[in-house]
Design a protein around this ligand. Sequence first.
Ligand code: 13P
Ligand code: SF4
Length: 354
Amino acid sequence: LLQDEICAQRIVTAKEKLGKRAIILAHHYQRADVYRHADLTGDSLKLSYLAAQTDADFLIFCGVHFMAEVADILSSAEQTVILPDLSAGCSMADMANLTKVERAWRELAEVLDPDEMVTPVTYINSSADLKAFCGQHGGIVCTSSNAVKVLQWAFDRREKVLFFPDQHLGRWSGYKLGLSQDAMQVWDFDEPMGGLTPEQIKKAKILLWKGHCSVHQMFQPQHIIRFRNQYPDGLVISHPECSFEVCNASDFVGSTEYIINTIREAEPGTRWLVGTELNLVGRIAEEFKAEGKIIQFMSPMVCMCSTMARIDPQHLAWSLENLVEGNVVNQISVPESQADLAKLTLERMLAISK
Ligand code: 13P
Ligand code: SF4
């Protein structure tokens, strides 16, 4: 405990020395002992806007790798983005890579006529080279808060979409646009032709990359059934990375920012079952207790984003103290060859999200 206090004090001191030159951005899943030091917090979409707007020299990004890449792409060339621990990745983002997406692209081009070809849509939870791929092929990026709008944008241009890496966000968003389950086929990237027949590919409106989030896959419909049996007036809210069955059984579905705001604006005394990462749920359970709101975590298991949790106070203190000394450690720098095309797709997304 004393160690924790010393580390927190190191962060505060280094931040004071850096003043306005450094800004700490944190995603809502950050652990409490990191989140408390943040200047700015948000979901992936909000953090993208914030990174594009800040004029600080150093952006210390307490999130995962793809988020820091986005901050680097959207900030100016003079600004420096730091990820306090470079091993803070996203297991879902790792489920798609350029080699596999290019293979899928070639296979689809064999089956589809050029005028039937897909628009590539990548969830922001993906590496910068995949965003650049989308930029190169008339595609776009989405986040959990704008996926429906982004898909609509894609369907206004072409009939088909290849959506990666999260099948669940793609399926839920397609459903929200009125697509039937038949119009959404899973693309198994480990199988030739995604494991689909040419007829299935031709009929599909969305090809859903077979990726998922290991945290959100832990939430199950029976958790919701049990809660509703016990508390018939209770409300259920989930992140769209949960399975279709969980989203469909929920009263509300949306991004982390949406989840927080929805519960904040709810009537005092309401009871909530929340299907998203544990740090976020634990924090809002504490925050809204005073209003008599009871907030329960959806799963009996501990579902934490373990990679996000690698950003700990020790790494944060270390990266800030290095900056004070004039050393930049753990910089995230997207190569220019990817950054320009990735920026194009991100700006396309930001323009239609407003
Ligand atoms: P949000 O954009 O909703 O914060 O989601 C990011 C994420 O990785 C959820 O697992
Ligand atoms: Fe990636 Fe899942 Fe962690 Fe979100 S919760 S950052 S999708 S591993």
